[in-house]
Write a protein that binds this ligand. Sequence first.
Ligand SMILES: C[S@@+](CC[C@H](N)C(=O)[O-])C[C@H]1O[C@@H](n2cnc3c(N)ncnc32)[C@H](O)[C@@H]1O
Length: 283
Amino acid sequence: MTGKGSGPNDALPNPKDYWANRTAGWSAGASDGAATDDTFDRALIEASAIIPGMDVLDLAAGSGDPSVTIATHLAGNGTVTACDMTYDMLAMAQARVDKLALANFRIVSGDMAALPFPDACFDAVTCRNGLMFPADKLACVAEARRVLRPGSKGAWLVWSTIDDNPTFLTVANGLRRYFGEDFPPRMIRHSLGEAGSLSALLTEAGFQDVTERRFAYERTVPIGDDYFRCAAARTIPQRVASLTEKDWSDLLSTIEEASAALRDGDVFRIPIVARLAAGTAPT
Ligand SMILES: C[S@@+](CC[C@H](N)C(=O)[O-])C[C@H]1O[C@@H](n2cnc3c(N)ncnc32)[C@H](O)[C@@H]1O
């Protein structure tokens, strides 16, 4: 790998454009119904103690994870509010909910550092792979605490370090080999990846009974699965937009070759490691 890209603590220069420009890549790989892999979603539901009847807020909801899984879990008894600053991402979440005919789901455009909700109006807050990106992470967690009813739980899941998640590097290597130029991994994704970083934010924001754990599992991806296609589309959506199916086939072979260390017979064994923290809003 040449170059590590910008550092994990470098703020995104223009977050709104950054995410708006990535929407096409997410749409290429988004599930059109239930989550393809709901492992993170289930962990967040458990960590924030979500049960039917609750009003749940999912922050940085993007294309609907975990909010779509939460709506399925509530089965119409309770409400889910999916909030994100990128409307086009939320539109994907809404399309998934419509396809699954789930009730009591709404999408709301908003910045999680200044939420458009009154105090103490939710029974649980979740956030999956979103808190790494804002410049003022503490403001985001404090806002979640403000909108939670006293005694309710918030849970955040973020990527662990890049060394724990080697696929980000193997995909970047495959892209470099295919296009002949560098696409350094986006290190901001790992800005809360060190043990204790996430829980420190929750504690500083005033949450009680704060816990944090390493959350690791292995995803088994058959050769030819669209896993690497989604990864490439999300990494460089504009560059892959005009690829023909033949180009895609060559690109994916190159990425699979670059990921050979993860191959085990007919499958890739993808280590996936996150940090999961939860806390209770003070009574
Ligand atoms: C990596 S995506 C994660 C989406 C989804 N939670 C998932 O796990 O698939 C990150 C999302 O965070 C959103 N986001 C980033 N900063 C935000 C902010 N300050 N307020 C609200 N949403 C934000 C982006 O628009 C994007 O949809």
